[in-house]
Design a protein around this ligand. Structure first.
Ligand code: ADP
Length: 481
């Protein structure tokens, strides 16, 4: 089975969030089960820099305003088609915005181009390569499925995975003329969305199957609260909607062999976490004592509930924990967390920025990780936490609810608890969860049981890769019949 994955991000080449971890890990998990996944990505500077020898397999004299080509390369163990289009992607800053963080005004063009090429490849544009299935991720590649539907690949089964419904790629109707789609596509059951053009909406409409990254989120997005304007369409397509929880790359995230750690450890050698803990204390200027260190590794945004955390930091410190925060995002939230750190020297440390290595040390050295997301399609940091004995404290929503088992009396006595849930998601409930955490931490046998049970939890891609394959197979059988 040959699957073409189309995505704006893939770890380790280009990453802003969990999407990259998923698109980077899935091909490897699938390969182990005999499914070949090739991935089409934009030729961002970091990607082009990694290509030693260009090998064009498709050329465009003119693609959305400039010359472009598709390079077939193998990088970091991944089979890639890289869309080399300097007029669209050779820019400073992140994948979506300029160095000061503002979105590029022509993002619609940049990702329509990616999708157009995805549609072309699906339709057989590359010699000796015909994918059996096309799998698109998020709004940036969602239009691939529209280009397939209105082009030459209408018979190729397609899957749309929603990693976060909050990002929809919604643009004015004025761009439609430049998308090179037939006029009929500008319709209610096509790409039209609230009078404009909706990229994710178009993908959801055209996809043979829709998946999202946890069963609970798959249910939640059917409600107006989580559906963000798309709940009507999602309900209409509910027969084709599936929730498959993300796994993690258990080779990269292996506490025994992780090169980022000061000291490797296993569930049998939890005491070997101590040097990592000391490294966290040092890096975050925390007091050296025996109180638990709770960490945050997150985008600092409203979705992640960082404003809720910011309002309750004084109470958290009062409950006896130390807080280590690594994150970047909203300037206001960065500022209020830095102010909290200044107010509580030794009890709160904040590093503003993105630091992959430090995130590993935190998971391997802190006692717990708090994730107060307002909504969380899946979430990965709680899975890293489980694997590293860093007990997750999570808002009971989306994938957080699906992957962490609350340490209530029943779960504790059954020996299955792996963390703490809180609901509703507000300051009072978060603080209450912190107090529960401190109580458990002060009972070492309970605490170590939580850590060990978490470390035993199934967080690899194995089962989820099977589920994707099952779905791919069911789509293929629909094609035949
Ligand atoms: P999202 O994709 O919504 O940001 P996820 O939990 O799915 O949330 O994935 C976030 C990913 O980004 C994880 O791999 C996490 O470790 C990483 N991450 C987030 N913020 C930082 C940061 N400041 N430094 C290092 N890694 C980070």
């Amino acid at each position: 089975m040959q699957v073409l994955s189309v995505t704006p991000e893939i770890f380790p080449l280009i990453k802003t969030g969990g999407l990259a971890d998923v698109t980077g890990a899935l091909p490897i998990a699938l390969a182990a089960k005999g499914v070949i996944m090739r991935t089409l990505i934009p030729g961002f500077p970091s990607v082009m820099a990694a290509i030693k020898k260009k090998k064009p397999v498709l050329q465009y004299p003119l693609l959305q305003g400039g010359k472009a080509s598709v390079q077939a390369v193998r990088l970091a163990g991944l089979d890639l088609f890289v869309l080399d289009a300097p007029h669209l992607y050779d820019r400073p800053g992140g994948p979506y915005g300029n160095p000061s963080g503002a979105d590029w005004p022509d993002n619609w063009r940049r990702f329509a181009a990616l999708s157009q090429v995805g549609g072309d490849i699906a339709g057989g544009a590359i010699a000796r390569y015909q994918p059996d299935i096309v799998h698109a991720h998020d709004w940036q590649s969602a239009m691939t499925l529209a280009y397939m539907r209105y082009g030459r690949a209408v018979a190729v089964p397609s899957m749309m995975t929603v990693h976060n419904l909050a990002f929809q790629g919604q643009f004015g109707a004025g761009i439609f003329g430049e998308l090179e789609l037939p006029a009929a596509a500008m319709a209610l059951d096509g790409v039209e969305y609230y009078g404009g053009v909706g990229f994710l909406k178009a993908g959801l409409q055209a996809a043979w199957a829709i998946t999202t990254v946890s069963p609970t989120y798959a249910q939640e997005i059917r409600s107006p609260e989580f559906g963000m304007g798309l709940d009507g369409l999602i309900n209409m397509r509910s027969n084709d909607l599936h929730g498959i929880v993300n796994g993690i790359d258990t080779d990269i995230w292996n506490p025994e062999t992780d090169k980022h750690l000061v000291s490797g450890f296993t569930a049998a050698t939890l005491e070997a976490r101590a040097p990592n803990r000391a490294a966290v204390e040092e890096r975050f200027n925390l007091d050296r004592d025996e109180s638990p260190i709770v960490c945050v590794v997150s985008r600092l945004t409203w979705q992640k509930g960082m404003d809720i955390l910011a309002t309750v930091v004084d109470g958290i410190v009062g409950s006896g924990v130390r807080l280590a925060v690594l994150g970047a995002g909203d300037a206001g939230l960065e500022g209020s967390l830095l102010a909290a750190a200044a107010r509580h020297r030794g009890r709160i440390g904040v590093v503003v920025g993105y630091d992959e290595g430090l995130s590993h040390i935190m998971q391997g050295g802190c006692d717990a990780i708090v994730i107060p997301s307002r909504f969380e399609p899946c979430g990965l940091t709680q899975l890293y936490g489980l694997r590293y004995g860093c007990v997750p404290v999570v808002a009971r929503t989306g994938g957080l609810a699906d992957t962490v088992i609350d340490a209530n009396e029943a779960a504790l006595s059954a020996g299955v608890a792996t963390g703490f849930h809180f609901a509703p998601n507000n300051a009072g409930a978060l603080l209450h969860a912190m107090r529960r955490l401190v109580d458990a931490y002060n009972a070492p046998t309970v605490w170590q049981a939580l850590q060990r049970q978490g470390m035993r939890a199934e967080v690899s891609w194995d089962k989820s890769a099977e589920k994707y394959i099952e779905l791919y197979r069911s789509l293929l059988s629909r094609r035949v019949s």
